[in-house]
Design a protein around this ligand. Structure first.
Ligand code: NCD
Length: 300
């Protein structure tokens, strides 16, 4: 029953495995999921605030009948008693935890936890590095809305540099044949972190009429010291406003991993636009995570 496969990065899964997760997620939209995690123990350990990802994993685990332990890092021995991260993971495993879902502000910290845990570890976001289940739900949502992704242009807009969502989702969308663009000011586009197949663009307005789907990103201020561009300059070039909504194709979906900051990367009107598909994204997140957990425990 105890699964041993982990998901630290999106490249840990093959396209066939992802297709099978997507097919199952589609089934779970129509019928209740089986109690395939009955008797297993899942621990959710989030060293960073989270609304969507944490609750989404918890809903998925509960749908599958798992026992769910939500850990608050401030109450753990590592907070004040000097216990190391890896020793915490060893302890959780010895306590009988089968699946560890973890988020940490440092890139690589979830892999470190996973190496010590020696069970199934799922990365719910580590620093600016990776967020593989967000890549799954973004790709699932875009396939659902656009059909075949091959040749379709998907643009990520904003603070790409600090976005683990962009880093993981861009890679997966490229694997599915999409033409991926990263749009933002130079200070947020770091070629080193962006796969070479992704096209970089500065001019949002020029790109808008040519793209099939938009993924708007938050400026992730907690991941850097000082805003590298003037707020007003950023907003004037990259905020999705009414003028830019008019340049976007009538059927092009707008996604956002959340949390979205009204007035910064989007204006209020975006949330009322028929192309704004944020709610589907969140709903799909639960379906995809339910399907993933089922596959990790029951196999492919
Ligand atoms: C993101 C995250 O925390 O990586 N949100 C999410 O998990 N859905 C994006 C963000 O922080 O802006």
């Amino acid at each position: 029953m105890t699964p041993t496969r982990s998901l630290l990065d999106i490249d840990d899964l093959t396209n066939d495995e992802i297709d099978s997760v997507f097919a199952l997620a589609r089934e779970f939209a129509q019928r209740p999921a089986p109690r395939s995690l009955d008797g297993t123990f899942c621990a959710n350990l989030f060293f960073e605030q989270s609304t969507r990802t944490h609750v989404s994993f918890q809903c998925a685990q509960m749908r599958l009948g798992a026992n769910v332990i939500n850990l608050s890092p401030a109450q753990l021995s590592l907070a004040t008693k000097g216990e190391r991260l890896d020793d915490t993971a060893v302890t959780l495993r010895a306590l009988g935890v089968d699946i560890l879902v973890a988020r940490h502000p440092l890139a690589g910290a979830v892999a470190e936890l996973g190496a010590a845990f020696e069970g199934c570890t799922i990365n719910a976001g580590d620093g600016t590095n990776a967020h593989p289940t967000q890549a799954l739900l973004d790709t699932f949502t875009l396939r659902d809305l656009l059909g075949e992704l091959r040749g379709r242009a998907v643009a990520f807009v904003g603070d790409i540099r600090h976005s683990r969502v962009a880093h993981s989702s861009m890679r997966l969308l490229h694997r599915y044949g999409a033409r991926v663009l990263a749009i933002g000011p130079e200070c947020f586009l770091d070629r080193g972190d962006i796969p070479k197949e992704v096209e970089l663009a500065r001019d949002f307005d020029a790109a808008l009429p040519t793209i099939d789907a938009l993924v708007m990103l938050r400026v992730q201020r907690e991941r850097f010291e000082k805003m590298p561009i003037d707020d007003a300059a950023y907003i004037s070039a990259y905020r999705l406003d009414l003028k830019r909504l008019a340049l976007l194709g009538a059927r092009a979906p707008i996604l956002h991993p959340g949390p979205y900051n009204r007035g910064v990367e989007i204006v209020d009107a975006v949330t009322l636009d028929a192309r704004w598909r944020y709610r589907e994204q969140v709903r799909n997140g639960v379906l995809v995570r339910t399907a993933l957990l089922h596959r990790l425990v029951r196999g492919w």
